[in-house]
Design a protein. Structure first.
Length: 120
C-alpha cells in the first residue's frame, strides 16, 4: 500500500449550511466510491472553499458522514480575479495499491470545467 492523494471539486448553488454540507458529502462519497476506498484507507482530508462560501465548514459535512475520526482541515481558496466562484475543493490522502494512473480525481457540477482533461 502506498500513500496517494486524490483531488476533487464541486460547485455550490447557494451559500447555505445545507448546500455546503450536501455538496461536500456528495463529493467525498464519490471520491471514495470511484477509487474503491474504505474508511481505514483514509489518512487526512484538506478542504478549501472560495470566499463566497461562508455558511459552514466543508469538514462539518464530512464529519456528518462518518469521517469524524479522520483528520480534516479547512482553508480559504485563493481569491483570484478570474477564478471560479462557489467552489469546494478537496485533497484526500489515502493508502491504496492502485497506481497513480488508476486513480480517479472527481470534479462535479460546474467544477468539471476546472479539469476538463479528466473523464466525467
Amino acid at each position: 500500500m502506498r500513500l496517494r492523494a486524490l483531488r476533487g471539486a464541486i460547485t455550490c448553488q447557494e451559500n447555505t449550511k445545507a448546500e455546503i454540507d450536501g455538496q461536500t458529502q456528495r463529493l467525498v462519497a464519490e471520491m471514495i466510491e470511484r477509487n474503491g476506498l474504505v474508511h481505514e484507507d483514509l489518512v487526512s482530508v484538506i478542504f478549501t472553499a472560495t470566499d463566497d462560501l461562508t455558511a459552514e465548514f466543508p469538514a462539518a459535512g464530512a464529519r456528518a458522514i462518518g469521517l469524524g475520526d479522520v483528520p480534516l482541515i479547512c482553508a480559504r481558496e485563493l481569491a483570484i480575479e478570474h477564478g471560479m466562484k462557489s467552489v469546494i475543493r478537496v485533497l484526500l490522502h489515502c493508502y491504496t495499491d492502485r497506481n497513480p494512473s488508476e486513480l480517479h480525481h472527481v470534479y462535479l457540477e460546474g467544477a468539471r470545467a476546472l479539469r476538463d482533461d479528466l473523464p466525467a
